[in-house]
Design a protein around this ligand. Structure first.
Ligand code: ATP
Ligand code: MG
Length: 204
């Protein structure tokens, strides 16, 4: 495991992209662990617009996913939520997320893109990998059910981080709601209440 380069005086900003349909404690633990490990000043959660990888199913309305992300992160002073991906038309690509966040936070911010083991594996397939690594340091977190291995990316641009294992996925949360099973304690309380209030995932 390699430590990320530290640039003195720069604001250290984590970027946690995701569909967040719904956001759950696996996302929050990953963000919190990376923030602690890399001494980040802030972690920005960025709900995707229309995720091109997930065209096979109906993703909940961007506004519902955005609000759930706000509710789940509101109590943490270092967590924030960005609308860049949901406000940009078309499918979300990580390169656009990083370009927008980089522009908003300016040259004094050092970006750390946070992904789970499954998503990191897909980095190899992304285009503009060179520019991705110019824009951010990548942090791949362990995730139960997924193998985290160094995908052979440029030296020093990716860190693999072991985090407390939470075998929670948004897919399983949605399936549980559809079957009438509880999701208490898999997601923050406010998310259970928001899902009920809006009747999300109930048709399965
Ligand atoms: P879905 O089941 O719909 O794919 P998901 O639980 O994988 O949802 P995403 O919104 O797809 O959630 O994930 C956003 C990011 O969070 C990804 O980088 C993913 O790897 C990471 N992540 C999600 N769940 C966990 C978890 N339990 N532990 C570590 N990382 C996670
Ligand atoms: Mg996923």
């Amino acid at each position: 495991m390699m430590n990320a380069p530290s640039v003195p005086g720069k604001r250290r900003v984590g970027v946690m992209g995701g569909t967040f349909d719904p956001i759950h404690h696996g996302h929050l633990v990953a963000a919190s662990e990376v923030a602690h490990h890399f001494q980040l000043d802030e972690v920005v959660f960025v709900p995707t617009g229309r995720p091109y990888q997930k065209s096979g199913r109906d993703v909940s309305a961007a506004e519902d996913r955005y609000l759930m992300t706000v509710i789940a992160t509101a109590s943490n002073p270092r967590f924030s939520v960005s609308r860049v991906d949901i406000d940009r038309p078309g499918p979300t690509f990580t390169i656009d997320t990083l370009r927008d966040i980089s522009r908003i936070y300016g040259p004094d911010a050092e970006l750390f893109f946070i992904t789970g083991a499954d998503a990191l594996g897909a980095i190899l397939g992304w285009q503009n990998a060179g520019e991705l690594f110019d824009l951010a340091h990548f942090v791949g977190c362990t995730r139960p059910g997924h193998t985290l291995h160094d995908p052979g990316l440029p030296e020093g641009r990716v860190t693999l981080l072991e985090i407390p294992a939470l075998a929670i996925s948004s897919s399983e949360c949605r399936q549980r709601v559809a079957k009438g099973e509880p999701i208490w304690y898999l997601v923050p309380d406010g998310i259970v209440q928001y899902i009920n209030k809006r009747g999300l995932y109930q048709s399965g």
